[in-house]
Design a binder for this molecule. Structure first.
Ligand code: ADP
Ligand code: ZN
Ligand code: MG
Length: 479
């Protein structure tokens, strides 16, 4: 029997506003425990929350970038539960009326377009952190009240690959629009992983299991594999799966049951009376829409369409916005997009890696790189000499033309001179001639290499190639 995996994600992302969602405490990560706290986020008696407008701005921006519609009215709700990570004993979140709803992301999965629907994006507060030691549990409330958006998908994902692709897309969009840095290692992006299995072809969804707080792609991949196997095995053994919340054990790579799934009723959601309703006007939404830049996946598509570079190149270049910007300027000036991409992805990336610096720290400009490309395309220097020039540009920041003149690197296209050198090489290497006569055509490359070496790489390789072949064919090399 074949089974199908069904996945839905609830993704929590910390927003990079300066201050918390209901008070003026700083959101800075990594400070001493309980230093970024105040009566509001500690819920001391009488302290009242005030909604941070920037959090709403960031929420709307995220919703728009994820193709959601923005509700013109919403409010905050109390989700009641008892756990020391929030001293109010309730979290202020959104329940029946989220800020944003009905979005989607279109992705390419194995050459096919696939739409993953987003049910809602709402704003809420993060909770404090519990630190469990041998005999105590310590609480740090610095994170309590840090703003979050929660993105909830429909159960539209069907594999580990789709889930990771989707998460990567969410991450790149949120980073590009500047609402979060999405550093998973700092807990800025974490998700609840909902999975179920059903027999292939069946419409009804299987019984869902929820794994809370997954915080790395690696763990998510491992957990998806584990859950698929566990649930299929249970069904095959005739066991009845229950809807439950489980915990992922990172060390032993297994999931462990925590509790039977709580339902919304258990949380006794009700509207947050200390905050009023939130009206979001069309003007507000439109003013934010204007601030959304071209998103990385849109830019990738445009690079392929407008510059005719391979999708792979477009993807690699767009791993960093500054790299993509550098490419685009170079391509425009040089009018040779593919060479621009080759230099950036090849030698320039290698040099950047060797020096452990980023593209925005590089000493030359896109117009200098374009000048180098034009020098090569016009035959002033060879591609090989181009590499030497690039290294010099990288070290000194000098203009390529200046480097070529100062170092005398101009390509030699003087046929008479090259012919003399080629004859000398053939005379000195009698074996080349004999091998060629014996039908070893590949030996041409070797001969060309020797001539190039003799000219210190400055001879025009196409001309060297032509002359060597002519000499060998004519037998006109005076041995
Ligand atoms: P809750 O808030 O109680 O966790 P929701 O009904 O809002 O529950 O669903 C949460 C997530 O679970 C959503 O991302 C949804 O797509 C996913 N989901 C719901 N049912 C299933 C299922 N049978 N299999 C896999 N995922 C599911
Ligand atoms: Zn505070
Ligand atoms: Mg959930």
């Amino acid at each position: 029997m074949e089974y199908e995996l069904v996945i839905g994600l609830e993704i929590h992302v910390e927003l990079s506003t300066k201050t918390k969602i209901y008070c003026r405490c700083s959101t800075t990560f990594g400070g001493r425990a309980n230093t970024n706290v105040c009566p509001v986020c500690l819920a001391l008696p009488g302290a009242l929350p005030v909604l941070n407008r920037e959090v709403v701005n960031f929420g709307i921006k995220s919703g728009l970038a994820l193709n959601c519609s923005i509700n013109d009215y919403c409010h905050m709700d109390r989700k009641n539960y008892f756990y020391p990570d929030i001293t109010k004993n309730y979290q202020i979140t959104q329940f029946p009326l989220p800020l944003c709803k009905d979005g989607f992301i279109d992705m390419d999965v194995d050459g096919e377009k696939k739409r993953i629907r987003i049910e809602r994006v709402h704003i809420e507060e993060d909770t404090g952190k519990a630190l469990h030691t041998n005999d105590k549990t310590l609480m740090d409330f610095n994170r309590c009240g840090v703003p979050l958006i929660e993105i909830v998908t429909e159960p539209d994902l069907r594999s580990k690959k789709e889930a990771i692709l989707f998460l990567e897309r969410i991450k790149s969009i949120l980073i590009a629009i500047g609402v979060s840095e999405c550093k998973m290692e700092e807990g800025q992006l974490r998700c609840d992983l909902n999975t179920s299995v059903r027999k292939k072809g069946e419409e009804k969804l299987g019984v869902r299991c929820e794994l809370k707080n997954m915080s790395s792609f690696k763990a998510i991949e491992k957990a998806i594999d584990f859950e698929f196997e566990r649930q299929v095995k249970a069904i095959e053994n005739g066991e009845k799966l229950i809807q439950e919340t489980r915990r992922w054990d990172e060390k032993n790579l297994v999931s462990i049951s925590m509790r039977e799934k709580q339902s919304a009723n258990d949380y006794r959601y009700y509207p947050e009376g200390d905050l009023g309703g939130l009206k979001v006007s069309d003007e507000w939404v439109e003013s934010i829409r204007k601030t959304i830049p071209e998103l990385p996946h849109e830019r990738i598509e445009r690079f392929v369409r407008d510059y005719k570079i391979p999708e792979y190149d477009a993807e690699v270049l767009n791993l960093s916005k500054t790299m993509a910007d550098f490419f685009e300027e170079t391509a425009k000036i040089s009018k040779d997009p593919k060479s621009s991409s080759n230099w950036l992805m090849g030698d320039i990336s290698r040099l950047l890696n060797e020096e452990a610096i980023k593209i925005d720290e590089i000493k030359f400009s896109p117009s200098s790189l374009a000048e180098l490309i034009v020098l090569i395309n016009e035959g002033v220097i060879s591609n090989a000499i181009g590499k030497t020039v690039l290294e010099e540009m990288f070290r000194t920041g000098n203009e390529p033309k200046k480097i070529v003149e100062e170092k005398g690197l101009r390509q030699n296209s003087d046929e008479e001179e090259i012919k003399k050198i080629a004859i000398k090489i053939l005379k000195e290497n009698n074996k080349i001639v004999l091998d060629y006569k014996a039908g070893k055509v590949k030996i041409i490359g070797f001969a060309v290499g020797l001539v190039m070496k003799e000219t210190k790489g400055k001879a025009n390789p196409q001309i060297v190639n032509k002359i060597v072949i002519n000499l060998l064919n004519s037998g006109n090399y005076y041995i």
